[in-house]
Design a protein around this ligand. Sequence first.
Ligand code: ZN
Length: 226
Amino acid sequence: MSVEFPQVCLVGKSRSYELSDEAEYEQQRVCYIQSRQTSPIASVQRSEVQPIESTSASAWGAGFQPRDRVETVRNCAALPRDFVDRVVLQVADVLLGMSDGVSCSDWNKGGSLSVREVAGLLEQETLQLLKKECGGLQTLLKNNHQVFRVEGGRVYIRDWRDRKSTRTQSQRTAFAPGALKTRLCWFYSHHPQGCPLLDQNCAFAHGPDDLRPSTRPLKKTKNFVF
Ligand SMILES: [Zn+2]
């Protein structure tokens, strides 16, 4: 049986006592914490509650790790576009190369690999950079939603003809009106057989001439206060 303890957070802004009295005040903090632990819920399980050793003054705060002042954005946006494109191309090439036995007339939708197997294809340096700036390989693959479908830890080439494959996308990745044809079609540019959809059926631009300016309302930009 587990007991949930209420979480109490005390934040002090400045010291209201002499530094030399620290030991005494620390003792008071420990007493306070211990007094909270004899609440009715906790007392039921008191025998299982580890007593706080008063000899080790900082025991109750041990292991506390404050968050960084500035939180790092880890959504691949910090990575150079050509780096991301190279990784996408490298992974897609391998997946497309796995389609033995498919007749040449069919559009090659490639094979599938686990995220771990995909990681095995990439250089250590690339993986480390992804982890640092992007939240990892899986995030990069998911962010490149146009090209990949990640399902149950496996990576597939997305087949835009397959309604099921495009329906699994959540509302937030669904096409906003005004976003059509505002980005180039990866398949049109990179797939050996091109895009399986006709120009008019593909949400992405088939070549620069097919590109349209975005009519989406601009994302709210940060308001700067001076
Ligand atoms: Zn297309």
